[in-house]
Ligand binder design. Sequence first.
Ligand SMILES: [Zn+2]
Length: 449
Amino acid sequence: MEEVTFTTDRRTTQHTPLYYGTSLSPPNVSYHYNPEVTRYHYGPHHPMKPFRLLLTDHLVISYKLYEQMDLYTPRRATKDELLQFHSEDYVNFLESVTPQATGKLAEKTLAQFNIGEDCPVFDGMYDYSAIYAGASLDATRKLISGQSDIAINWSGGLHHAKKFEPSGFCYVNDIVLSIMNLLRVHPRVMYIDIDLHHGDGVQEAFYTSDRVMTVSFHKYNGEFFPGTGAMDERGIGRGKNYAINVPLKDGIDDDSYIRLFKSIMEPLITKFQPTAIVQQCGADSLGFDRLGCFNLNIRAHGECVKFIKSFGLPLLVLGGGGYTPRNVSRLWCYETSILNDVSLDDKIPNYLPTYDWFAPDYSLHPQLDGRIDNKNSKKYIECVKQEVLEQLRFLNHAPSVQMSDIPPDLTGLTEEEEDAIRDLNEEQETDREMRNVKDEARVGEMVAT
Ligand SMILES: [Zn+2]
C-alpha cells in the first residue's frame, strides 16, 4: 500500500510543472558557468566557499531552467585580459605564488599584496580567478554581440579586488574588466551593487569617469568592511556625482529596502540613461547570512533584480558575497527564474543530488527576516533618499561620449585625481590595520560554522 502511494506521489510530482511562464516574449538569457570554478578552496575555515556555486547550479538544473537559457562553458580569461585592469606586478605575483612558497616570502611582499586571513594564498588561485573572470567576459561578449539580452555569471561579482592587490576575498575584479569591455561599444554603463558590502573596487576604478555610474547599497558605519561607502564619496573630476552611495544600518527589512531601492534607481536610470547595466547580486545582504546583518528575504532581493530587468536594457547579472551556501544558491536560482520570466514551485525538487542541504523545509523561500533589529528608522531612510536625489540634481543630462574616449584611459589621471584616490586608499590602510586586530577575533567565528 505504502509503495503504491509512493509511486502515485512520484508520478504526480513528475507531472507537476516545475515552473510557470509569465511572459509571451521572454528575453534571450544566457548562463555562463564553468563548473571547474567549484574545485578551488580558500581553506577549511574561510567563509568563502566556491562550493555554493555547485549548489546553485544543481538547483538551476533541478528546476530545468536550462531549458530556458543559452548555456555556455566559458574559457578562462587570458593574462592579457586580466592586465586590462590589474597591474603587471600583481598579476605576475598571482600567477607565480604557491602556498608552499608563501612561508618563504618576505613580510613586505605579503603586505604589499595584501595577503592574510581574508585573502590567503591557496592552491590554484590564479586559475580560479581566471575562470570566474573569463565567465564574466564571455557574458559581456554575448551582450555586445546582441546574442543575449541578459547574461548571468553567478561565479563573478568580486567587487573588492583592486588594481594592485586583492581585497575582501576577491583577487581579480571581473566587474571592472566587464565594464571596460562594455564601454568599447556602450556610451554609458550603470553599475548597481546590492551586496551587503560597499562595491569599493568598482567605484574606485571608475571614480573619475562620467561614463560609468556606480550605485552601491550597503551596510556602512565607518568601520564595517571595507570601511568606505559614505554618502559624500561622489566621484571626482569628470566623474563627480557619478558615484552614488546608499549607506544603511543593521537589520534593514524587505519593505524599506525595496521601497528605497526603487525610489532611487528609477530617477537615476531615467537621468543617466545607461545603455547597459551591470548588477552585482551579492547574497550576503540576505537575513541569516553567516557574515551578514540585514533582514532581507529571497523575494525582496529578487525584487531588486526584477525591477532593474523591467527597464529592458542589456543586463549583466553577477554574483558576489554570500556565506550561507544553501541560501546563496536558493537566491541565485530564484533570480535566474526571474530573469527568465518564469515562476518556480516553492518546493525544491526532491531528486536534487544535494537535496539534504535544504533541510528541514526543502523550500526555495525559507523565512530569513527577523534575526536582527532594524536600526534604520523611517526618518533615516528618508534622509538618505533625499540626499541621493539632491546629488542627482547636479547631473543635468546624460553625458555624451566622444568616440575617441573608447575605451576610457583609466590610467591617465590628473595629479589632483591621483591624490584623491591616494587619500581614499590611505583611509582604508588605517581601516585595514584595525581590521587585522578584528580578524584575530574572527578566527573563532570562522571555525564555528
Ligand atoms: Zn559582501
